[in-house]
Design a protein around this ligand. Structure first.
Ligand code: SD4
Length: 319
């Protein structure tokens, strides 16, 4: 089932992939939606549909991301995503609301279908910003989110711990594949919102948390300036507070494109990996300009407005 859905996601996304390296034109009138990866187009389209049906901007972010969590596009979001080293899913998600600088986040949560909804509940129904693990699951279920059976998890955890003690190391997560849905919205009133959700790096050590639920790493929204989201190997993003810095670069006057590129160069200049970072960013500013950059390889991302919906593909930054 998951495989069929993944194939469907890819086919839909590739059919509309356009304009290698074409830079989208700046638009000033929202809504404008930008999302990571080709499957992000399904999220941007769904979010636009939510807005045009009268939904709020936060509904749009959540509906768009829930669709990807449901489809498990690319095997990297939701419960259909690649499991951790012990063979089960631990999911990360966060959401930010520009006008009130609201934020909610869940990390390493097990056995719920929609971590983005849990993150929104943390933002709207708790006095906290971030909940992790069992507490995040408990809170989500208390607020009516759909659960899945986790009765086999204790046995899986014990088996993994025994294997670990026997000296069998967790596989390198970087080689197991990873992606994230990051979705940013500038609405018709000029307000900014964002969310992201991931099952994280495949084969990660149980308990590992990536950049995606960490505000300022996987996602940052500043309603006065702009918003940014990251995807790629979280360890290479969260050590640099990358999306918070991209927003700061925009505050200093850089375009979203230049801000994303500067962040890649900034990390590459000091990191032992140089440009071999496997990280990408998207960004949007208050004026509706958008940008994207990646460290190596190429990076497709989705851009949707009232009049167009396309997947753009950029090459790695010039060194
Ligand atoms: C993580 N950043 O958990 C996520 C995974 C990802 O493209 O986005 N991969 O490290």
């Amino acid at each position: 089932m998951a495989h069929r859905l993944t194939t469907l996601c890819l086919a839909l996304a590739l059919a509309s992939c356009a304009h290698r390296n074409a830079m989208p034109k700046a638009t000033t009138k929202g809504p404008i939606l930008i999302a990571t990866w080709p499957f992000g187009q399904q999220a941007t389209d769904k979010a636009l549909l939510t807005l045009s049906s009268g939904g709020s901007p936060l509904d749009a972010i959540v509906h768009g991301i829930r669709l990807i969590e449901h489809l498990g596009c690319d095997g990297s979001v939701g419960l259909a995503g690649r499991p951790n080293a012990a063979g089960y899913s631990q999911l990360d998600a966060c959401i930010m609301s520009g006008p009130d600088h609201g934020a909610g986040s869940v990390a390493a949560v097990e056995g719920i279908k929609h971590p983005i909804s849990a993150a929104r509940l943390v933002m709207e129904k708790s006095p906290h910003v971030m909940l992790v693990g069992e507490g995040a699951r408990w809170f989500a279920l208390e607020h009516g989110l759909e659960s899945v059976d986790v009765s086999d998890l204790p046995a899986k955890k014990i088996a993994w711990e025994q294997a670990r003690l026997a000296g069998l190391d967790a596989p390198d997560p970087g080689e197991r594949g990873h992606d994230t849905i990051g979705l940013l919205l500038l609405d018709a009133d000029g307000n900014l919102y964002g969310g992201c959700s991931t099952s994280g790096a495949g084969g990660k050590t149980p308990g590992r948390v990536g950049d995606s639920p960490i505000l300022g790493s996987g996602l940052y929204v500043d309603n006065a300036v702009g918003a940014a989201a990251g995807t790629g190997l979280g360890e290479n993003i969260m050590r640099y507070s990358a999306t918070a810095l991209i927003v700061e670069f925009m505050r200093q006057g850089l375009s979203p494109q230049a801000a994303c590129e500067k962040m890649i160069h900034r990390i590459a200049a000091s990191d032992p990996l140089a440009y071999d970072l496997s990280i990408c960013f998207i960004a949007i500013n208050k004026q509706g300009q958008t940008g994207a950059a990646c460290s190596n390889g190429s990076f497709p991302y989705a851009l949707t407005t009232n009049s167009t919906s396309e997947v753009h593909r950029i090459d790695a930054v010039e060194r």
